[in-house]
Design a binder for this molecule. Structure first.
Ligand SMILES: Nc1nc2c(ncn2[C@@H]2O[C@H](COP(=O)(O)OP(=O)(O)OP(=O)(O)O)[C@@H](O)[C@H]2O)c(=O)[nH]1
Ligand SMILES: [Mg+2]
Length: 202
């Protein structure tokens, strides 16, 4: 690995010789409504992320739980897309799923060919991410759980979160702040390592 060919976050710089990826992996960023999926994809992407945000309307009143994210004015209606290349030659294509229940019918298409997923959870509204966890468990797609710690939210330990979600012991559970590129990137590294372990000989 040529460290001079990457930026502070280890992302390959455009135009460098090792910018050409040897491995491309499709990764999903999932989780319930308003947990930070779009923020996550945007913060790690080396290209301007594709977004499909629409303004939250009165139709969402009483349907979407805005507790804790009262400042939220838009929601993803199709998907987010971003890209991240590691200087070792691995390129990740990131697909953020829509969080609102009425768009869940798209998950199977978005998930097609994915090697792994990040399930973001908001510890104030854990249940909003249960459907994502069930989805990946049923399809045997390796996933990690990343608790996005919102400002002012009560702090829980990883073990408390693991217990509340009742995920298998081999599923990595970690705390994160998706607004921080280095932290979000660390979650992706954990997922790729976990996905490789899960797909290798048992
Ligand atoms: N305080 C705080 N706010 C955050 C954090 N992450 C995201 N936000 C805010 O929380 C809201 C939700 O973020 P989004 O990234 O749109 O969430 P999403 O999961 O893509 O939402 P949907 O697509 O509607 O399901 C936005 O108002 C963000 O600015 C965080 O870590 N801390
Ligand atoms: Mg979104």
């Amino acid at each position: 690995m040529n460290s001079a060919a990457s930026d502070t976050f280890g992302r390959a710089r455009f135009g460098d010789a090792d910018d050409i990826p040897q491995h491309t992996l499709k990764i999903l960023v999932a989780g319930g409504f308003g947990v930070g999926k779009t923020t996550f994809v945007g913060v790690v992407s080396e290209v301007r992320p594709l977004r499909t945000e629409e303004t939250l309307t009165d139709a969402s009143t009483g349907v979407d739980d805005l507790d804790g994210v009262e400042g939220k004015v838009t929601t993803t209606v199709a998907m987010d897309f971003g890209r991240l290349t590691f200087s070792g030659g691995v390129r990740l294509y990131l697909f953020g799923t829509p969080g609102q229940e009425r768009f869940w019918f798209m998950w199977d298409q978005i998930a097609y060919g994915a090697v792994g997923a990040i399930v973001l959870v908001d510890t104030r509204r854990l249940s909003t991410s249960f459907a994502s966890i069930d989805f990946f468990e049923q399809r045997e797609i390796p996933f990690v759980v990343a608790a996005n710690v919102f400002d002012g939210a009560r702090r829980y330990t990883v073990e408390e979160i693991r217990g509340a979600l009742d995920v298998d012991p081999e599923v990595p559970v970690l705390l994160c702040d998706v607004r921080r590129p280095d932290v979000a990137r660390g979650v992706l590294v954990t997922l790729v390592e976990h996905a490789l372990r899960s797909s290798g000989p048992r």
